[in-house]
Design a protein around this ligand. Structure first.
Ligand SMILES: [Zn+2]
Length: 79
């Protein structure tokens, strides 16, 4: 698990806006629901996120499309 990942946030759970290239940091003690967090650039409240591996079928589709996609998807907490 990377210590930091940069992700575009759509409809931020904290302020409702989109944010580009937010740096998410790994939690010191990641749980099953949250592994990363970043402060909302607007109000500095924490955005919680986890990284989910895509299943094999989706991964295969991504490969046949030519581009080598990162086989991960980012799930933001709505809490
Ligand atoms: Zn925000």
């Amino acid at each position: 698990m990377k210590a930091e990942i940069i992700v575009d946030v759509k409809r931020c759970a904290r302020c409702g806006e989109d944010h580009q290239k937010v740096v998410f940091k790994k939690l010191t003690r990641p749980g099953p629901r949250h592994q990363y967090w970043a402060p909302c650039p607007k109000n500095q409240e924490p955005i919680m996120m986890r990284v989910v591996e895509m299943d094999t079928a989706q991964a295969k589709d991504a490969e046949t499309n030519g581009e080598q996609m990162e086989v991960k998807t980012f799930v933001f907490s709505k809490e």
